[in-house]
Structures are given as C-alpha cells and as structure tokens.
Design a protein around this ligand. Structure first.
Ligand code: HAM
Length: 426
C-alpha cells in the first residue's frame, strides 16, 4: 500500500513553504503596527464550543466538522475556525480583566469536511484577527482597514470590499419573522435543508448553494430594511469612516455569512481570480459571542484571511519572487574543500545563505549545481588560488569574475553580499 495524504489535505513543499513564511512574516509586521498580539490556541477543542458559537443549523456544524469521541465519551472537534477558540481563551484566561481593548491574532490550520475544489480544502490555513472590548464603529473600520492593509502588503490588488449589517437582537427578530413568512409561501420549492432552516433559522437559507434556493432568496426581504435606529447609526458611521480613508464599498444586503454568531457588521473581501471560491477574507462583529460562551458582556469583531487563496492569487500572477541563495562555494582538491567548508559555516553565522557541493566534483559540475540553485554568486577556490592567495568570485548572471584575497575572506564576502542586497532593495 502506498500512503498518500487524505483527500482535501496536502503537503506544502519547501519551495512553496518559503512563500508561506514570507506571507506570515509580512502579516506579523502589519499586526505589530496595529498593536495585535499573537495567541496560539489548541487545534482540538470540545465540540460543544463550536456547536454553541457557530450554531447547529450552519453547514459547518451540521456537515463539516471532524469530530471524534474521547475515552470519557466527550465529543472533540478539530477546529473549523478560530474565533470560537479565541473567545474561549479570552474567557478562560480572563484576558478581558486587563481592561480596554484586546487585540489578538492567530495563524494556523483549520479543518472542514467540505467538497474539495479550487481554493477549497479540508485542511486549510487562516490568518485571524479578533478585537474584543469595543462596540463602536471605529473598531469595525479599523478591522476592515487592517484586513485590506494585510492583503495590500502581500501584493494583492483588484479586490472588492462587500459590506452589510445584519442587525442585533433588538431588530433581527422582526426581520426573521418577515423572512419566515416569505419563505413559508415557497417552502415546497426549497431544498430539504432549507425547508427545515426556514422554520428553525431562516437567515441560514441565504447561505444555501442550491440554485432553486438561491433564486428564492434573491427576491427575499433584506435585513438592512429592518435595522433599528442604533444599528442604522452604527452602519452609517462605519461607512463614513471607510469612505473617509478612501475605501470603495459594495453594499451587499444578502451577505449574512454562514456563522450564527454575527451581529451588525458582516463583510467579505472578494476577488475575481478564484472562481466560485471568491472570498479571500470573511469577517464581522460578534457582540453576543463571549457572553453566549459563559463570559462577561464583551463585544468583538474580527476576520479571517484564507491563506491558500492568497497563495493561489500570488502564485498565479507570478507576484512571488523565489528566494535565492546568496553564494555558492565551489572548492577543488582536498585542501581547498577543507578551507571552503570552514568558510561556509562562518558565512552562515553572518546570516548569509550559502550552498556547497557535498561530493568532490569538477568545477563544471559545481557551477551547474550553483546555476540550478539560482545562486547569485559563486566563490571558486582550488590549489592554484591557495598558492596565489586569492580566490575567484563569479557573478552567476553576468559571468564576470574578480579576485578576492584569502585573508579576511569571510568579512569581505559578507560585506560584498550585504552591499549588493542593499542596492537590490533600493
Ligand atoms: P469564514 O468565512 O468561514 O469565516 O472563513 C474565512 C476565510 O477562510 C474565507 O474567506 C476563505 O478565504 C477561507 N476558507 C474558508 N473555508 C475554506 C476552505 N475550505 N478552504 C480554503 N479556504 C477556506 C471564519 O472562519 C470566521 N471565523 C472569520 C471571522 C473571524 N469572523 C470574525 N472573526
């Protein structure tokens, strides 16, 4: 039997992993400027955490969770998303007692048993941002600005911001009733799931991917027409903030998002480059979540970026520069190989990426390998160079060669490579 990954799961090999590291590095840099601290929560949680927060009528909870039972018969689930876990951690560790606003980010794998397709995996990765402790529209605007800043930092363009408000416990019941009445008339044309949902949780009919249900929903009443004064005020102030910082908004009154914990603001950042799976970011406000999980009344808002989708967009548009070794050290003859081995280790301590040949090979073979690795420069040293007291440094692109004295070779090479790096970034 040949072992392979599970369907919808995949290996990220070193070349691609280097792009992932770059994205994570950029994300951490942006988070720092917005004052977000990292939180790392477990991948496995009690199933009830997700059932209670995401909602039992959602696709995620009803169909997509990877759940197992522990020896005491308790359900454990591989996290399908991070918001519930971060809210649990906020409560369990009493982070809210620090007062003010808590700004947390986390990066890592999530698991959903969905049908795999382009941009959709069963293990996928998210960059999550969650802000707790402020209920006003300024934090919504900041969270959305943060999401856009991250995507811009990654090099993504041509994105659209879709925005909606889905009201609060004061105004949503009125809308739910209106929607229920509308759907009751059409119950026979709805899929079996939506027939049930139209009774138990009618908002979830908006998430259905069945064509017939989508058509019915396209004429359904929309929640923005039912918002209470406070929700209207919040939404309009949020739009003012976003417009003021130059953001273009697409108002999307059917954007309810597939998780039950949202209140007021919901948003997605979409792109045309991904086919059906067009959302790169999904997020929204969840003012009741912390309380619902047994904590105090702490409001929150956040989002998650789908890292596979970011990667697909960047790789398809060739926007990622592959990292290249700084130097290849080619040595000919035992004496030179010993010297070169020592230099290679010393140069690495100076933070240079240095490659060498492991077997004793001809200069031609070593240069071929340096080329294949896309090294920027090669240092060549053999008996003749040792006798002459100078090695050769070759620019692998222009093929130009110069000499470099063997004395103090490590500091010389380090400053040469650093100088070129600086002129590359200018
Ligand atoms: P979500 O919309 O379920 O929201 O997921 C957010 C993003 O994760 C999506 O826009 C997409 O880019 C990516 N994603 C979701 N499912 C998959 C999949 N199967 N394969 C690849 N990428 C996927 C949430 O998860 C919320 N927790 C976001 C949030 C945070 N809301 C408030 N705070």
């Amino acid at each position: 039997m040949e072992f392979t990954t599970i369907k919808g799961f995949r290996d990220i090999l070193p070349e691609e992993a280097s792009y992932w590291q770059e994205i994570e590095r950029k994300a951490r840099g942006v988070f720092r400027t917005f004052g977000f601290g990292e939180i790392r929560t477990p991948i496995l949680e009690y199933s009830e955490l997700f059932t209670r927060s995401i909602g039992s009528d959602t696709d995620i909870v009803s169909k997509e969770m990877y759940t197992l039972t522990d020896s005491k018969g308790r359900g454990l689930t591989l996290r399908p998303e991070a918001t519930a876990s971060v809210a649990r951690a906020l409560i369990q560790n009493r982070l809210y007692q620090q007062g003010g606003v808590q700004k947390l980010y986390c990066i890592g794998p999530m698991f959903r048993h969905e049908r795999p397709q382009k941009g959709r995996f069963r293990q996928f990765h998210q960059i999550n941002a969650e802000l707790f402790g402020d209920a006003g529209p300024k934090s919504d605007a900041e969270i959305i600005y943060l999401a856009v800043s991250l995507l811009n930092k990654f090099g993504l363009r041509d994105l659209t911001l879709h925005l909606n408000s889905i009201g609060c416990p004061a105004c949503r019941p009125g809308f739910r009733q209106e929607l229920k009445t509308y759907l009751a008339d059409k119950a026979r044309s709805l899929c079996a799931d939506c027939q049930r949902r139209s009774e138990t949780n009618p908002l979830r009919v908006f998430d259905c991917k069945v064509e017939g249900c989508k058509t019915i929903v396209s004429d359904a009443p929309v929640i923005v027409d039912f918002l209470c004064k406070a929700c209207q005020g919040h939404f309009s102030e949020l739009k003012d903030y976003l417009v003021d910082v130059g953001m273009e908004i697409i108002l999307d009154p059917r954007l309810v998002r597939g998780l039950d914990y949202y209140t007021r603001t919901t948003f997605e950042i979409q792109t045309k480059g991904l086919g059906a799976q067009n959302a790169v970011v999904g997020g929204g406000r969840y003012d009741g979540l912390v309380r619902q999980l047994g904590g105090p009344d702490v409001p929150g808002i956040g989002f998650a970026i789908g890292m596979e989708r970011v990667m697909t967009l960047l790789l398809e548009h060739g926007k990622q520069d592959r990292a290249r070794p700084d130097l290849f050290v080619a040595a000919l003859g035992k004496k030179a190989e010993m010297m070169a081995f020592r230099w290679v280790q010393q140069l690495r301590e100076e933070h240079l990426w240095v490659e060498q040949e492991y077997a004793s090979k001809s200069l031609k073979a070593q240069m071929k390998r340096a080329g294949r690795l896309r090294c920027k420069k090669a240092l060549i040293v053999g008996e003749r160079e040792i006798d002459a007291g100078a090695a050769i440094i070759r620019d692998m692109e222009t093929k130009q060669q110069t000499e470099i004295p063997l004395g103090d070779i490590v500091p010389h090479l380090t400053s040469l490579v650093e100088r070129e790096k600086r002129s590359d970034t200018n």
